[in-house]
Design a protein around this ligand. Sequence first.
Ligand code: PRP
Ligand code: URA
Length: 213
Amino acid sequence: MEMKEKNVFVMDHPLIQHKLAILRDERTGTKQFRELVSEIAMLMCYESTRDLPLAEVDVKTPVDIAHAKVLAGRKMAIVPILRAGLGMVDGVLNLIPSARVGHIGMYRDPETHMPVDYYCKMPADLEERDVFLLDPMLATGGSAVDAVSRLKELGAKRIKFMCVIAAPEGLKAFTEAHPDVPVYCAGLDDHLNEHAYIVPGLGDAGDRIFGTK
Ligand code: PRP
Ligand code: URA
């Protein structure tokens, strides 16, 4: 995992990079695309949870007592930004099965590219949880910036943002708005086009996950 700047991490693990290359390919169909998003999310979750605190425990094995370590009882929540963030939920839940799942619904207005929020349902005790916000794409940054602001208004204290591909424009907007929130991405791309799509990117993540157009 490479730190690009303070609180911005690019996942350079070979498995993640390999899967990302297939994900980007326009020939990759919906089924494989969905599987890959989930697998990448799982690998990103593994990397981005390296700093979770541990507690020491003694475990009785069939042979003797082992001085072992377990997660230090931190509660977690994962929050996908609808729709495309849903594709990352299973992968993260595979590793953190006890996490609660909140949802934030947002879509970009096709003309203005500004996020429009349409749904929000969170676990009641959000302020006690480590929150992982999930969205495959950070383009202008509008959706993720607003989603984090919403989570903070609802009391979230520790938030990490996990995306698959980030554009420099979105990263700048995000780190300026929320310098306290670490961003983890698998690819840091070149720029946005006139439709605010990431170049080279992978196209429309929601459409590719759900087979819509
Ligand atoms: C996509 C993507 C992000 C957002 C990123 O969602 O999943 O949520 O765009 O763009 P931004 O950084 O410029 O805000 P979209 O609006 O296409 O909605 P969908 O997931 O419902 O397809
Ligand atoms: N949303 C997407 O799904 N793809 C982009 O390139 C930009 C925003």
